[in-house]
Design a protein around this ligand. Structure first.
Ligand code: GDP
Ligand code: MG
Length: 442
């Protein structure tokens, strides 16, 4: 397993204080083999290696942190990035009701079960009025299955009328849901055993008629690389908006997920982890990355490494601040860290005696989105401008505003905020004398 491979390597790296480029290369070679073992598609592995190398190059080498932990963190961050980031993306139901959710996928992938799981979730947690309809005209048992599941989860199912085509049922379901004021209509399509052209065309037609707000491909994560090919084929024919991967309860490796996300570029929205109707989870990149790494405690490990990194950076920062130095580079650093560490409780809290500034910033009502924009603004500046914000005249500000996609007013706000912070730090440095420890006295 990757765990074993990395453990061996980490034992060797563990004794050393600093991570060299060669160490990173060696570790990434192990990671490459392990990813292939975990059933990740080759092009995806290649893409991952490029990304991980980039991350490794960008990662500050900090002596306080063990190299092994840094490698794990780099690989883990890379995996999360490839899995589409950490933030789960819930369903956006903002549409003129009924919001249609179309379920597509191969037969036996779990469409019908997942329809019921989603219906339960939306009706129970989001208090939506949900209707389901089975478009599976090929197997009468499939319609009956959805009806029974509907009863089980307490969600209405469009009454079955024998002899109607899938397109006819779709029209009837749309009309019925509209007339009866349903918020959400879940359409469970017919099963295909293979990538059958006629069925594919039918699904495409249903999508055109029903104009779904979400078109999910339901795929069995246990089928590995086949699932990846299936996803590609469906994506070519249907306007898919997301993936739902079932049977992750049996998938120890998680490679198919990584591949599917990377190959299709589609977000994984949910994972199914069992036959029961409540076995549906909002996709969590961190859990899957941990699973691919094959280390049960990888998340804890990574968090520890991240904390050590942040603590080490905080120490460096404290040293600079105690000399009264605080330029826009430092601000960008802080903004990034604060964002990563969950907002204002972040690095400011790590610096002794800076509670006051933290409170000030709280009062200025700084949000996560604002961090992103502010970081974008600072990234649009030249190195010199970041060091010497006084250089920023009107024309430079206009250039930066265009680069960051914001108003000049926002740049002025950022500069004002930076000035205020820098003033506080300068004052602290003057009054405190020997470093941040004395700041608390202020
Ligand atoms: P469909 O043909 O795509 O509609 O697939 P079904 O919803 O009928 O599911 C096929 C089988 O897979 C059923 O026995 C389900 O109980 C089972 N199943 C569906 N999702 C999961 C899952 O996440 N985990 C497990 N273990 N079984 C599942
Ligand atoms: Mg079915």
């Amino acid at each position: 397993s990757l765990n074993e491979r990395l453990s061996g390597l980490f034992d060797r790296l563990g004794g050393r204080g600093v991570l060299s480029e060669k160490d990173v290369d060696e570790a990434l070679r192990e990671v490459r083999v392990a990813l292939l073992d975990a059933d990740v598609a080759l092009p995806v592995v290649r893409q991952f290696m490029t990304k991980a190398r980039e991350l490794a190059a960008g990662e500050a080498i900090i002596k306080a942190v063990k190299p092994a932990d840094q490698v794990v963190k780099i690989v883990y961050d890379g995996l999360i990035d490839m899995l589409g980031g950490e933030e789960p993306t819930p369903i956006d139901l903002a549409a003129v009701p009924p919001a249609v959710i179309l379920m597509a996928g191969l037969q036996g992938s779990g469409k019908t079960t997942t329809s019921a799981k989603l219906a339960l979730r939306l009706s129970k947690f989001e208090r939506k009025k949900v209707m389901m309809a089975s478009l599976d005209t090929r197997r009468p048992a499939a319609m009956e299955q959805l009806k029974l599941l509907g009863e089980q989860v307490g969600v209405d199912v469009l009454p079955i009328i024998a002899g109607q085509s899938a397109v006819e049922i779709t029209r009837r379901a749309l009309q019925s849901a509209k007339l009866q004021g349903y918020d959400v209509l879940i359409l469970d399509t017919a099963g295909r055993t293979t990538l059958d052209e006629a069925l594919m065309a039918e699904a495409a037609e249903i999508a055109t008629i029903s104009n779904p707000i979400e078109t999910f491909l339901v795929a069995d994560s246990l089928t590995g690389q086949d699932a990846v090919r299936t996803a590609e084929a469906f994506h070519a024919r249907l306007p898919l908006t997301g993936l739902i991967l079932t049977r992750v309860d049996g998938d120890g490796r998680g490679g198919a997920m990584l591949s599917m996300r990377a190959v299709t570029g589609l977000p994984i929205k949910f994972t199914g982890s069992g036959e029961k109707v409540d076995a549906l989870d909002v996709f969590d990149a961190r859990r899957i990355a941990g699973r691919i790494l094959g280390q049960g405690d990888v998340v804890a490990l990574v968090e520890k490494a991240a904390q050590e990194l942040d603590a080490a950076k905080a120490e460096q920062m404290a040293k600079k601040l105690s000399k009264g130095q605080f330029d826009l580079n430092d601000l960008a650093d802080q903004l990034g860290q604060m964002k990563r560490m969950g907002g204002m409780t972040g690095i400011m809290g790590l610096l002794p005696g800076v509670q006051k500034v933290k409170k000030q910033m709280d009062e200025m009502n700084i949000s996560d989105k604002m961090f992103d924009r502010q970081i974008a603004i600072i990234s649009s500046m030249t190195k010199l401008e970041r060091k010497k914000p006084d250089l920023l005249n009107a024309s430079r500000k206009r250039r930066i505003a265009a680069g960051a996609g914001v108003d000049v007013a926002e740049i002025n706000r950022l500069l004002k905020q930076h000035r205020q912070m820098a003033d506080v730090f300068k004052m602290m440095a003057r009054n405190g004398g020997k470093g941040m420890g004395n700041m608390a006295k202020m």
